[in-house]
Write a protein that binds this ligand. Structure first.
Ligand SMILES: Nc1ncnc2c1ncn2[C@@H]1O[C@H](COP(=O)(O)OP(=O)(O)OP(=O)(O)O)[C@@H](O)[C@H]1O
Ligand SMILES: [Mg+2]
Length: 486
């Protein structure tokens, strides 16, 4: 019996060719058991190494075929470009407020707001970085600074060059991550070398530790609270009240706060005293229009894509789609990047308009999937009830139908049952998220109700919801027909 000189792995259909150094032998030549074992082991080794080399070839091939992107990283959200088109006014206004720092004065607190993707974060970081470079100081632009193992202190991104009498420290905090008064104060204390336990201290104590470490020397500290509305949601506005008044407690150091938010209603919920001190200066970021988005995309595409890869209609289409969604530069960049990735996966040589359209659908699907995955269980059950009625019972669906099925499912899962009123509110929320369509209709003397239908394909919804183990448990439930209100 001869071992074939070409083996095919049935599983992956990769032909495995033995080369001339192969230990392939005629079995009749194998004299004893040991040699047979050696032969088999060598053949396995060859098999594995051949497999590895074909994988290497595959990677080489993929690398060579990657002719779309020059540098995809510059299309990521975290990248700060060197030039920010169409934000000259906002940059100038911010710089004109922060320039007091160079004169040794404390800049006013600033409230920056505008819709999502209008460049608030990138502009504030850009100007802050520029200020620190200009006059020396420290900039902590990451939410969690890396710790210097020699000193145990956070490492600054830019080190002090000692040009100023009054050093400047620039701290960026994303309040979506650092979202309570406790976390914020302990994070700030950490920047000044103090360590605070994750829980357990009274807030007064952390505040004292932070303000004493802050005040240990003369310095100006500019604290950027990005997504500051998130702080209000979980922590209330006490921390903002304290921080915007901290200068009264300090002898050496001075603090300026820059609050950033895309929630325009947030300011209305603030205590009037916090509102006036945080908003000493306000900078509003208007949405970009389509031509402005085109300029942003043109600049970014030159450094991220290989030459002549982007066909002429692509950037205007990405810009037009993003302009429809309140002029969001992040959306425009995501569309361009995703279109490039789709073209790359199809081994296309160029990115074309159809790639942008597919990218748009993909981004929308991903968004919906993410929203559904993170819904609370009660909302998932309500959504699943709508799905079950659409699947099993013909005719229009109204709130009462959904409530009945929802009650059954909650009983099976032994969950508390919400009131019909609350279920109706959650249906309205799902409507706002674009997952269902719920039209309010009048039923004459029976009052008003909602006519409900799913806003996304059944199969997508089923897979997403049944991924949740609680929903999986009720996946064999079939709604009884009498649950339908006549
Ligand atoms: N003028 C611009 N030039 C170049 N890139 C920009 C410009 N404005 C925004 N971007 C890019 O668009 C993306 C979104 O910007 P940014 O994160 O600053 O938005 P934002 O206003 O903070 O949004 P959100 O409110 O959602 O946090 C980033 O990748 C950023 O680099
Ligand atoms: Mg932002």
């Amino acid at each position: 019996m001869i071992i074939s000189d070409e083996l095919t792995d049935k599983n992956d259909q990769i032909p495995l060719k033995y080369n001339e150094n192969s230990k392939m032998k005629n079995f009749s030549e194998v004299s004893d058991k040991e040699e047979l074992q050696y032969t088999i082991a060598s053949a396995v080794e060859d098999f594995v190494s051949t497999k590895q080399s074909s994988l290497d070839d595959l990677f080489d091939e993929l690398l060579l075929s990657n002719s779309i992107f020059k540098n995809k990283e510059v299309l990521r959200h975290s990248y700060t470009p060197e030039i920010l088109p169409h934000r000259k006014n906002e940059i100038e206004k911010l710089a004109s407020i922060l320039v007091s720092a160079i004169k040794g004065e404390t800049p006013s607190n600033i409230f920056v707001y505008g819709k999502t993707g209008t460049g608030k974060t990138v502009v504030v970081k850009y100007v802050g970085n520029g200020l620190v470079k200009k006059i020396g100081g420290k900039a902590f632009l990451k939410t969690s600074p890396s710790i210097d193992c020699n000193t145990g202190l956070p490492k600054p991104d830019l080190s002090s060059n000692g040009k100023m009498d009054m050093p400047i420290t620039f701290i960026y905090i994303n309040c979506e991550v650092v979202d309570t008064q406790y976390r914020l104060l302990s994070k700030l204390a950490e920047y000044f070398g103090q360590s605070v336990p994750l829980t357990g201290w009274p807030t007064d104590k952390i505040y004292d530790v932070f303000s004493q470490s802050l005040d240990s020397e003369k310095k100006l500290v500019i604290i950027i609270l990005d997504e500051v509305d998130q702080l209000l949601k979980k922590g209330g506005d006490d921390v903002l009240y304290n921080l915007t008044r901290i200068n009264g407690d300090l002898e050496n150091a001075k603090v300026s706060i820059i609050g950033i938010s895309n929630d325009l209603k947030f300011i209305e919920f603030l205590d009037p005293r916090v509102k006036s001190s945080l908003g000493e200066e306000e900078i509003i970021f208007p949405p970009y229009d389509a031509p402005q988005l085109m300029d942003i995309l043109e600049d970014r595409s030159k450094i991220s894509f290989n030459e002549s890869v982007i066909t002429p209609g692509v950037i205007p289409l990405c810009a037009a789609f993003a302009a429809q969604e309140h002029g969001d530069a992040r959306r425009a960049l995501d569309l361009l990047r995703t279109a490039g990735e789709i073209a790359e996966r199809q081994n296309a040589k160029k990115v074309t308009e159809p790639h942008v359209r597919v990218a748009k659908d993909k981004i929308e699907q991903d968004r919906v999937s993410e929203v559904i995955k993170t819904l609370p269980t009660q909302s998932k059950l309500i959504l699943y009830s709508v799905y079950l009625i659409e699947k099993y019972i013909p005719g229009e669906i109204i709130t009462g139908d959904v409530f009945n099925i929802y009650k059954d499912l909650s009983n099976i899962l032994k969950l508390d049952i919400l009131t019909q009123r609350r279920v109706s509110d959650l249906i309205a929320e799902l409507d706002m998220l674009g997952i269902i369509n719920a039209k309010v209709v009048s039923k004459g003397r029976y009052g008003r109700t909602r006519e409900i239908s799913l806003g996304i394909p059944h199969s997508q919804l089923k897979n997403l919801l049944e991924n949740d183990f609680k929903i999986k448990k009720v996946s064999s439930y079939v709604p009884p027909i009498q649950h339908r209100l006549i």
